[in-house]
Design a protein around this ligand. Structure first.
Ligand SMILES: [Fe+2]
Length: 266
């Protein structure tokens, strides 16, 4: 029997910092303010979390000033923060801006207690959709081979399966079969955690949890053929990673009744 304790993990995703003042997705929204509300909620409800995972689209406008804003927002949290890029990010600009930030990094492998968390880059320069290139797949294979006795949680920005929204599913991870070949071989993989879809999603594939999380800013309407916003408030995800490989998780929506939204047609 394992003597380890469960790990408490929080996930934030798709904050889209640096959204233009004229709006984003047809809505005028202060994405810095919504991220601040989410982080305040995490501080209040879960200050003892072991780590925070930020799963991409951290910037809407991926310039150094936006990542400086991100760095400032994430500074001083009570848990270390690990970031990976989404399609709106510029990975190199992001890494440079976060370099030497106390408690914030772009680590690719995090080992804590009985778990290994693997952070993948599914971005394709110039494209909204995602893919894992040969280097990323090899990195995953090697990492899982190095940690056969640890439960594994694999994080990436793009959804690994269709979530039931036609417009969104065009951007899901291409050739997920290559990823699943690896996860099928390494039976310690317990979950795949992603963002991008701006909505709550859960499925199970061959015993592996597939988990997608709403954004810290705007949410998309589930099961919509075309782009449509949902009225749900900003959110984050709480995960308990148990020593035996079980994952308990729930989405926490930040109660924000006075959110200023000015929808325009699109
Ligand atoms: Fe995205």
């Amino acid at each position: 029997m394992s003597r380890s304790r469960p790990l408490t993990v929080v996930q934030i995703t798709d904050p889209h910092l640096g959204a233009p003042s004229e709006g984003m997705y047809g809505v005028t929204i202060d994405t810095g303010a919504t991220l601040a509300r989410v982080l305040a909620d995490i501080r209040a409800r879960c200050p003892q979390a072991d780590l925070m995972l930020a799963t991409g689209d951290l910037a809407e406008r991926p310039v150094p000033a936006t990542y400086a804003q991100l760095r400032k927002a994430l500074s001083g949290l009570p848990m270390p923060v690990h970031c990976l890029p989404g399609n709106h990010d510029e990975p190199q600009v992001m890494e440079e801006a976060l370099a030497d930030a106390p408690g914030i990094d772009c680590a690719r492998v995090i080992t804590r207690e009985d778990w290994v968390v693997v952070m993948l880059d599914s971005t394709i320069p110039g494209h909204a959709g995602g893919a894992l290139d040969a280097d990323e797949l090899e990195f995953l294979e090697e990492t899982l081979s190095r940690h056969p006795a640890r439960n594994a949680l694999i994080c990436l920005h793009h959804p690994v399966v269709a979530v039931g929204s036609r417009w969104m599913d065009r951007m899901k991870l291409a050739d997920a079969g290559a990823l699943f070949q690896i996860t099928d071989r390494h039976t310690q993989v317990r979950g795949l955690l992603f963002g991008h879809i701006h909505q709550d999603f859960e499925a199970v594939r061959k015993g592996v949890r597939l988990i997608g999380t709403p954004s810290t800013c705007l949410q998309f309407l589930p099961e919509s053929d075309d782009f449509a916003l949902d009225a749900l408030p900003p959110a984050w995800r709480h995960l308990t990673l148990h020593p035996d490989g079980r994952i308990d998780t729930q989405v926490i929506y930040v109660d924000e009744p006075s959110r200023a939204m000015h929808s325009v047609s699109r």
